[in-house]
Design a protein around this ligand. Structure first.
Ligand SMILES: [Zn+2]
Length: 178
């Protein structure tokens, strides 16, 4: 899989993110202001609907000519920390965990159970790091993928999830990958 790439300009960035459905790099431009505004709420995700203009005519399994979406997670350095490709409104549970999960392997997926307002951080109820983590606990990311997107070690994510679970803010579901 080619590496995601970002070119940073004065007021915008140009990003190339790997779409697993197109098996091509998808090229997008995003305003830095938009990213900064998004990051104030925790995690910034660029949602980009597209279809592959050059699907492989020889490949009957190539469904990339149908409209689909990439979610591109971008951090405060304007780097890409994660990409999800899917059809429909959100990735199906069977996609969570990514290609690194072996069939039959267990995937743990943290999911927010109670919406937390940014005010909770100012009130000291949770830390900014915990707040950011909650933003990626949207059912689309495994524990490992949460670590990737937030750029934190898995052990730290596990600790934070423990605390958040005790506070009743998050639950971790387990599923076996297909
Ligand atoms: Zn695509």
């Amino acid at each position: 899989m080619p590496e995601n790439k970002v070119k940073k300009y004065f007021s915008l960035i140009e990003a190339w993110a790997w779409c697993e459905i197109c098996t091509e790099m998808v090229n997008i431009r995003v305003d830095k202001e938009e990213i900064k505004a998004g990051l104030k709420m925790g995690i910034y995700t660029k949602e980009h609907k597209h279809l592959n203009p050059y699907p492989d005519p020889e490949d009957v399994d190539d469904v990339s000519s149908q409209e689909h979406t990439v979610y591109i997670y971008i951090d405060e350095n304007y780097d890409i920390t994660g990409v999800r490709s899917f059809f429909g409104d959100s990735p199906s549970m069977s996609d969570v965990g990514g290609p690194s999960v072996e069939p039959g392997g267990e995937v743990r997926i943290p999911i927010v159970v109670k919406e937390v307002q940014p005010m909770s951080v100012q009130l000291g109820m949770i830390s900014m790091e915990e707040f950011k983590l909650l933003k990626v606990c949207d059912g689309m990311n495994s524990v490992g993928q949460c670590a990737e997107i937030t750029q934190e070690p898995v052990e730290k994510i596990e600790d934070m999830l423990d605390k958040l679970r005790k506070k009743g803010l998050v639950k971790v579901i387990k599923r076996t990958s297909e």
